[in-house]
Design a protein around this ligand. Structure first.
Ligand code: TRP
Ligand code: SF4
Length: 469
C-alpha cells in the first residue's frame, strides 16, 4: 500500500502547499522474504510492496513529472515510478506524437485494479496519444487454456464495454487481438533472435517443465509493445506502457531487445560521445549518414573506420545523440524503434488484503457488482481501525493500512483537500470505521451505478473500437 504521507507531499509540491512533507517511497522491507535474488514474476498473484527495493535493483526512477491537469493517480504518487518517461514528457510538451499501449488479460471480470490502468490511458488520450489496447488472448490461451472465442467475448463485454463507459474515446483508438494481428506475431519472431533461453530463464525463472507456449508469451508482449511503431500503425514514435510493477520484466526485455537490434550504438566517451556501427553493415556509408544527420546539432566529428566509429567531440548527452540518430536508424533499419517508456502504478490491495485479483471473488470489487454484493464487501473490508471504538478514539486509525482508505485515495475522492481531511480525521481518532465504511459504500455505489448505466449504451459502441486484424 502506498505511503499516504508521501502522496500528500507529492500533491503539495504540485500545489505549492504543505511544504514540509518529504517524498518517501513506501518501504515495507522484506515483505516477501526476498532472498531469492528479487525476481518479479508477472504470473504470480503476488503483491509487491517493497517498491523502493525494486526500484533500486531494477533501475526504475521515481515519477516526478508535472503534467497538465494531472490525473489523481499521477499526482498522488500512486503512479510511483518510470523508465524513460522524459521522452513522453517532451512529446507532450512539444505537441509531438506519441502512442500509449496497454493489454488486457481476458481471464475474468474487470475490477477496480483494472480501472486504474484504463483511467491513465484515457488521461493520456486526452493529451493527444494514439491508443492501442491488446487483448492478450494468446497469453490467456498459453497460460490458462482459455479458448480464443471465450477471450473475445470477455474482452468485449467485460472490458471494452467498461472502458467506453469510463470515457475511452474512439478517435485514434484501437483494440486488437494478439491472435489476429500478424505484425505482432512476426515481431515476436524477429525480435526473438537476440535473446536466448538462458536469459529467458534468468528473467522469468522458466525451467525445464515450462510449456513452450508459456515461453513464447513474453515475446508476444514484446510484439504488442513495439508493433505500434511500425509504419502501418503510425511509424516510430515514443510509446508509453503504463503497467503495474509485475509487468516490468516484459518492459526490460523489450527495451533490451530494441537496443540489441539497433544498427548504431551510442556510448559516452572521455571527450564527447561515440557512435558505433554494429554488425555487418557498410561502416563507411553508415558513418557518413550518421555524420550528415548529426551535423544538424554538432560540429566536431572524428571518424575512425577500423573501429567503425564516429566520435562527436562537441556532444555531451548520450540520450540527445541517440534521439537525433533515430533519423538514420529509421532509414537503414526496418527494426528501428524508440525505446518504449513505462510508468508503474501500485497494485491495488484486495478488500480482504493481498493483491486484488479476479480469481479471488471476495477480495476484488468488480465493476459489475450489484449493491448487495458491494455492501457485503465493504462491510467486511480490512481496515486500519483499532480493536475497539474507545481505543480508536484514543490512538486513532491507520489509514495507510486500510483498504477503505485506499478506495477513497484511488477511486472515490477526487478532491485532494477532502481526502486529506479523511486522512487526518482517521489518524486523529475523530473518524470511526463503521461510519467511514458507510460513506465509502455510498460513494462506491454511486460510482458503480454510473458505470453500469453508461455500460448499457457502451455495449452498442464496441464495434467502433475493436479491430478484426
Ligand atoms: N501481460 C499483461 C497482463 O497480464 C497483458 C498484456 C499483454 C500487456 N500485452 C501487453 C500489458 C502489452 C501491457 C502491454 O496483464
Ligand atoms: Fe479506514 Fe476509515 Fe477506519 Fe480510518 S476510519 S481505519 S480510513 S475505515
Amino acid at each position: 500500500m502506498p505511503n499516504f504521507e508521501s502522496s500528500f507531499s507529492r500533491i503539495s509540491t504540485i500545489k505549492q502547499k504543505w511544504k514540509n512533507y518529504k517524498f518517501r517511497v513506501h518501504i515495507s522491507v522484506a515483505m516477501h522474504g526476498y532472498d531469492k535474488a528479487l525476481r518479479i514474476d508477472p504470473w504470480a498473484a503476488e503483491k509487491y510492496e517493497n517498491y523502493a527495493e525494486i526500484m533500486e535493483k531494477f533501475g526504475i526512477e521515481r515519477f516526478d513529472f508535472s503534467l497538465p491537469n494531472m490525473h489523481r493517480l499521477l499526482r498522488r504518487g500512486i503512479v510511483f515510478g518510470h523508465r524513460d518517461f522524459g521522452r513522453i514528457y517532451r512529446a507532450i510538451n512539444r505537441g509531438g506524437r506519441f502512442a500509449i499501449l496497454t493489454g488486457l488479460s481476458p481471464s475474468g471480470k474487470m475490477h477496480l485494479g483494472h480501472k486504474m490502468v484504463i483511467e491513465q490511458v484515457i488521461y493520456y488520450q486526452g493529451l493527444g496519444a494514439d491508443v492501442f489496447i491488446a487483448v492478450a488472448d494468446l497469453e490467456a490461451y498459453a497460460i490458462r487454456g482459455i479458448p480464443l472465442e471465450k477471450s473475445e467475448k470477455i474482452a468485449r463485454e467485460e472490458y471494452v464495454a467498461n472502458y467506453i463507459a469510463l470515457g475511452l474515446g474512439e478517435k485514434n483508438c484501437q483494440v486488437y487481438y494478439q491472435s489476429k494481428r500478424q505484425e505482432v506475431k512476426n515481431l515476436a519472431m524477429f525480435m526473438g533472435d537476440k535473446v536466448n533461453l538462458s536469459e529467458m530463464q534468468a528473467i522469468y525463472g522458466f525451467s525445464g517443465d515450462t510449456s513452450t507456449a508459456h515461453l513464447m508469451t513474453p515475446m508476444i508482449q514484446v510484439g504488442d509493445i513495439l508493433h505500434v511503431q511500425l509504419e502501418k500503425f503510425g511509424g516510430p514514435r515514443p510509446t508509453l506502457v503504463p503497467v503495474g510493477i509485475d509487468q516490468d520484466p516484459h518492459i526490460r526485455l523489450t527495451r533490451d531487445l530494441v537496443g540489441r537490434h539497433r544498427v548504431y550504438s551510442v556510448i559516452k566517451q572521455d571527450v564527447g560521445v561515440g557512435v558505433f556501427v554494429k554488425g555487418e553493415g557498410d561502416a563507411k556509408k553508415l558513418i557518413e549518414l550518421a555524420k550528415d544527420v548529426l551535423s544538424s546539432a554538432y560540429k566536431e566529428f572524428e571518424v575512425n573506420l577500423p573501429y567503425r566509429a564516429l566520435y562527436v567531440r562537441d556532444a555531451e548527452n548520450v540520450e540527445e545523440v541517440s534521439e537525433i540518430l533515430m533519423e538514420c536508424e529509421k532509414r537503414v533499419n526496418p527494426l528501428a524503434f524508440y525505446m518504449p517508456s513505462s510508468t508503474y502504478h501500485q497494485l491495488m490491495t484486495g478488500i480482504t488484503g493481498g493483491k486484488m485479483s479476479s480469481s479471488d471473488e471476495r477480495s476484488a470489487i468488480f465493476l459489475s457488482d450489484g449493491p448487495d454484493i458491494l455492501r457485503k464487501k465493504v462491510m467486511n473490508a480490512l481496515t486500519g481501525g483499532a480493536v475497539s471504538a474507545e481505543e480508536q478514539r484514543r490512538i486513532g486509525g491507520k489509514p495507510e493500512k486500510c483498504t477503505i482508505y485506499e478506495l477513497y485515495l484511488y477511486h472515490l475522492i477526487e478532491d485532494d483537500d477532502e481526502l486529506e481531511k479523511i486522512y487526518r480525521e482517521c489518524r486523529g481518532g475523530e473518524r470511526l470505521c463503521g461510519q467511514c465504511k458507510k460513506e465509502a459504500l455510498q460513494y462506491l455505489e454511486e460510482m458503480i451505478a454510473d458505470i453500469a448505466e453508461k455500460r448499457k449504451w457502451a455495449m452498442d459502441a464496441i464495434d467502433d473500437y475493436v479491430r478484426g486484424d
